[in-house]
Design a protein around this ligand. Structure first.
Ligand code: HSE
Length: 288
C-alpha cells in the first residue's frame, strides 16, 4: 500500500447550456487532495484539513465529502478503512457551478484508490462519483478531462470523451449562494415534448437554453447581453450556477470583464475567470 499520494482534480462546467446532466467540460482550475496513511496508533481514523477556497466553511469531520469518498472506496473493495489524514487545497470556488463538489468526491475516490494501488478502474471510480454526486456531468470531465458526453440511465453509465482543440472560456461568478439541490428543485419533472425536441437539437449544436433556472439568477439576462455585446458566441449557466460561462473564439478577458461589470452594476460582487480547457482530467502522483 502507498503511504502518501497527491491527486490534482480540475474544475468543470456542466450542461453547457442544453446538455443537462449530459455534457461537461474540464477547466484549468484545480483542487489538490494529499493523503497520508498514519503510522502508529490512530485515535481518530480519518482526519482532514482544508485550505484555500471554502476553508472554514467545509466540514472537517466524518461528514466531509472527501472523507466519505475515501470510505466508499474501502467499502467497495471490502477492506477496513486505514487511518488516513488528508490535506485538501482548493482552488475551485465552493458552490459556484464550477464542479467543486465533484472535485472533492473524485479527489477522495482517486486518492484512496491510489493508496490501494489502483484496484478500481476509472469506470468504477466514475460510477462511485456518480452515486455520490447524483448527477454525472461534473465528475466525468473531472475524471477524464476535456469535453465529455455522459449518459446515465438506471444502472447504465456511458461516457464518451470528445476530442477538442485547446480553447478558453470566460466565467463570471456572482456573489450569490445557491446549492445544486436548490437549483435542481426548480426544475419540472416533466417537460413538454416541444421543449424536449428543442433542447435535443440545441444540445447537438451546443448553444444555449436553460429557461427554468433563469429566474433564480436576477442578473442572468444582463450578463448574457453584456457577454454577447463583448463578443461571446454563446453564454450559459455553468452547471447549476450561479456562475455563467461564455464561449468565444477570442477576447475572453474583455468578455469576462463585461460580465463582471454587468453583475456589479446590478449591485452584486463578482469574481471573473478566464480558464483554459483541461484536457487531461484527474492526475495522481504516488510519493511513497
Ligand atoms: N447537471 C447538474 C445540474 C450540474 O445542472 O444540476 C450541477 O453542477
Amino acid at each position: 500500500m502507498a503511504s502518501h499520494v497527491k491527486v490534482t482534480i480540475p474544475a468543470s462546467t456542466a450542461n453547457l447550456g442544453p446538455g443537462f446532466d449530459c455534457l461537461g467540460l474540464a477547466l484549468g482550475l484545480f483542487n489538490t487532495v494529499e493523503m497520508w496513511v498514519w503510522e502508529g496508533p490512530a485515535t481518530q481514523p480519518l482526519s482532514i484539513e482544508v485550505v484555500g477556497e471554502g476553508a472554514g466553511q467545509i466540514l472537517e469531520d466524518e461528514r466531509n465529502l472527501i472523507l466519505r469518498a475515501v470510505s466508499r472506496v474501502f467499502e467497495k473493495v471490502g477492506s477496513p478503512v486505514p487511518p488516513v489524514c488528508v490535506r485538501a487545497t482548493n482552488g475551485i470556488p465552493l458552490g459556484s457551478g464550477m464542479g467543486s463538489s465533484a472535485a472533492a468526491a473524485v479527489g477522495g475516490l482517486v486518492a484512496a484508490n491510489a493508496l490501494i494501488d489502483g484496484r478500481l478502474s476509472r469506470k468504477e471510480i466514475m460510477r462511485l462519483a456518480y452515486e455520490i454526486e447524483g448527477h454525472p456531468d461534473n465528475a466525468a470531465p473531472a475524471i477524464f478531462g476535456g469535453l465529455v458526453i455522459v449518459s446515465a440511465t438506471g444502472d447504465e453509465l456511458i461516457t464518451q470523451t470528445v476530442d477538442v482543440p485547446p480553447f478558453q472560456v470566460a466565467i463570471a461568478l456572482p456573489n450569490i449562494r445557491l446549492s445544486t439541490a436548490e437549483a435542481r428543485a426548480v426544475l419540472p419533472p416533466l417537460v413538454p415534448l416541444e421543449d424536449a425536441v428543442f433542447n435535443i437539437g440545441r444540445a447537438a449544436l451546443v448553444v444555449k437554453a436553460q429557461p427554468y433556472r433563469r429566474r433564480l439568477f436576477s442578473v442572468y439576462d444582463e450578463v448574457v447581453v453584456a457577454a454577447r455585446k463583448a463578443g461571446a458566441a454563446a453564454v450559459a449557466l455553468s452547471g447549476a450556477g450561479p456562475s455563467l460561462v461564455a464561449f468565444a473564439a477570442d477576447g475572453h478577458e474583455s468578455i469576462a470583464k463585461a460580465m463582471g461589470e454587468a453583475i456589479e452594476k446590478a449591485g452584486l460582487d463578482a469574481r471573473t475567470f478566464v480558464l483554459p480547457v483541461d484536457r487531461q482530467g484527474v492526475r495522481v502522483s504516488v510519493a511513497g
